[in-house]
Design a protein around this ligand. Structure first.
Ligand code: HEM
Length: 221
């Protein structure tokens, strides 16, 4: 399928071309158990630890991409998550959190791919950035409410800072989609970005699949 669609911007084409890949994430046993309130603090903390490794690298890549006029525009305002993740990890694991977390095998593979494509290829950086940050601003806002309720932590407090942004998600999302629509990528580059987003979804799904296996989380009944 073409990465573009007549009369629509790239943001719509990208979403349409990758939405079935999104379903593998939304439907994973771990994410389903999380939003259904079946996980405790320790089980949530392991996901936060995996995400820390991912965002730490993505935000190093964002520093590198500051030299690229197209890619740097996507790293705007208050999107960065590293500090929020650090506060959440200190809450769950204590002040020595850095020595108590480690990437699982799937997170290692995800990070390997980030190292391969996000530091030299602006489109690859945007593909991975989109998959995480627009997700956090979208379904992530629903996930946040479920996690806050089930872990009994007030919105925006340590432990659940990750999904909360200082401004309204809609404003960030509108701006993000306008950047996708306005980026000067030709059809071939758009197709490469679509493929990379599909891969990013798969790498994410593998992280939660591994967590489901390790924590012995059953699929929804
Ligand atoms: C329980 C898990 C999840 C649920 C319930 C969920 C739900 C949703 C929903 C309802 C939307 C559409 C919101 C809107 O149109 O504004 C959305 C968008 C999105 N989600 Fe998820 N999601 C989940 C997990 C994930 C994960 C793990 C990722 C990343 C790996 C992700 C990435 C995205 C992205 C990138 C979008 C934006 C698509 C676009 O509009 O271009 N989601 N999600």
């Amino acid at each position: 399928m073409s990465a573009d669609e007549p009369g629509q911007g790239f943001s719509v084409a990208l979403r349409t071309a990758t939405w079935s890949d999104h379903g593998d994430n939304e439907g994973s046993s771990y994410m389903t158990a999380l939003v259904e309130g079946r996980l405790g603090r320790d089980e949530y903390a392991v996901l936060v630890a995996q995400l820390y490794h991912v965002y730490d690298l993505l935000e190093d890549a964002a520093d590198r991409m500051a030299a690229d006029p197209v890619a740097r525009a996507f790293d705007f305002g208050d999107l960065r998550r590293r500090e929020a993740l650090q506060a959440d990890l200190a809450f769950f694991y204590g002040p020595g959190w850095q020595g108590r977390i480690s990437p699982n095998d799937a997170t290692r593979r995800y990070c390997d791919r980030l190292r391969e494509v996000c530091f030299e290829w602006p489109g690859g950086f945007v593909a991975h950035h989109y998959t995480r940050y627009l997700g956090d601003l979208s379904g992530g806002q629903y996930i946040a409410r479920q996690v806050e309720r089930s872990l009994d932590i007030a919105a925006g407090e340590d432990g659940v800072r990750f999904y909360r942004f200082p401004g309204k998600p809609k404003g960030y999302k509108d701006r993000y989609r306008a950047l996708l629509d306005g980026a000067p990528w030709d059809e071939a580059e758009r197709a490469r970005i679509v493929d990379e987003v599909k891969l990013a979804y798969r790498l994410n799904a593998e992280v939660t699949a591994e967590l489901s296996r390790d924590l012995r989380i059953e699929p929804a009944a």
